[in-house]
Design a binder for this molecule. Structure first.
Ligand code: UDP
Ligand code: MG
Length: 315
């Protein structure tokens, strides 16, 4: 039986990249014609440019093109979730619209699943050329930190670019949390993953929307979604400081008995008050992070809202 591959493509302001992307994926689909048929699921994540018009046109000339258009920008994670929900294929591949995830890898991924028996074939970036050194440094720190704090193993440099079986995607869909950290979710569901190394390529058109601040926020989301270690840090520090205070008290008592009681140590007190006050605020902040996430989750708001799909286009 021929396989159906659903290509899920999140798009945010990609009017310029989409035509290039479409040509490329169609070429790959043609190449794989004998093994599999394709459906292309574009998720328009509340783009402010003409992405939706490009998608409507594509749909008119090619019925393999399907799309889901959001009522506003919900973020790439939500876009992927919507794409998975819409996908009908027995194999699902996620890739960016800017050709940074070249469709030419799809046949190799397909082979990994069909011939080598993996459930998922994912890419990971090995070289980080063209990226600021400082960003690479922070990114490496992030991976080592999250892997030390979380039981879910996060592969350094893992990309969202991957092909998965229906089973795995259904498992991912079951994780309907609002705070979606895909790298963690893909790893948490398990299944056998084959990693293929992959080099950075520049965007074909348009601009990346990831600023340093956004990446930092993303890292914090990742850690709070897959680790509760930060919450335990305060207990650890509490015990540590109690122990220090106890030793300090003993020393003070002995010192007073032996040397009398001169009034000194004012700077020490100021430093200690600042240190402890700062630490307490930090710990309350960490509690707040988790509380805020819990608050959002308990509302059970939808992950995305659809405004239009390909079914709205008359052919
Ligand atoms: N994207 C999205 N919603 C967003 C931001 C990005 O769907 O809010 C899409 C974007 O159109 C692209 C992919 O996610 O297809 C990756 O985004 P980008 O190229 O900006 O990130 P980078 O490649 O720099 O990590
Ligand atoms: Mg990109």
């Amino acid at each position: 039986m021929r396989d159906t591959i659903s290509a899920v493509v999140p798009c945010y302001n990609e009017e310029e990249s989409l035509p290039f992307f479409y040509d490329e994926i169609v070429r790959v689909a043609k190449e794989m014609e004998t093994d599999a048929e394709f459906e292309f699921i574009f998720v328009n994540d509340g783009s402010k440019d003409k992405t939706i018009e490009v998608l409507r046109e594509l749909r008119k000339k090619d019925t393999r093109v399907r799309y889901v258009s959001f009522s506003r920008n919900f973020g790439k994670e939500a876009a992927m979730y919507a794409g998975f929900k819409a996908a009908k294929g027995n194999l699902i591949v996620v890739l960016d619209a800017d050709l940074q995830h070249p469709p030419k890898f799809i046949p190799e991924m397909y082979k990994g699943i069909k011939e080598e028996g993996y459930d998922c074939v994912a890419t990971r970036r090995v070289k980080r050329e063209g990226e600021p050194k400082l960003r690479t440094f922070f990114s490496m720190r992030f991976y080592s930190l999250i892997n030390r704090m979380s039981d879910t193993e996060i592969m350094p440099g893992a990309c969202d670019f991957r092909m998965m079986t229906r089973r795995m995607v259904d498992a991912v869909l079951e994780m309907s949390e609002a705070n979606r950290f895909s790298k963690g979710i893909f790893s948490w569901v398990g299944f056998d993953t084959k990693w293929i190394p992959f080099e950075n390529v520049a965007r074909v058109a348009g601009e990346t929307t990831w600023s340093f601040k956004k990446l930092l926020g993303y890292s914090i989301d990742g850690i709070t979604a897959f680790s509760t270690t930060p919450l335990q840090v305060s207990s650890f520090l509490g015990i540590l400081f109690c122990a220090v205070a106890f030793i300090f008290a003993v020393i003070t008592v002995i010192k007073t008995l032996v040397f009398g009681e001169p009034v000194s140590g004012f700077p020490t007190i100021v430093c200690l008050i600042l240190l402890l006050g700062g630490l307490q605020l930090l710990m309350i902040g960490i509690l707040g992070e988790y509380l805020a996430k819990t608050y959002v989750e308990t509302k059970k708001r939808p992950i995305y809202i659809v405004k239009e799909t390909e079914e709205d286009v008359e052919i």
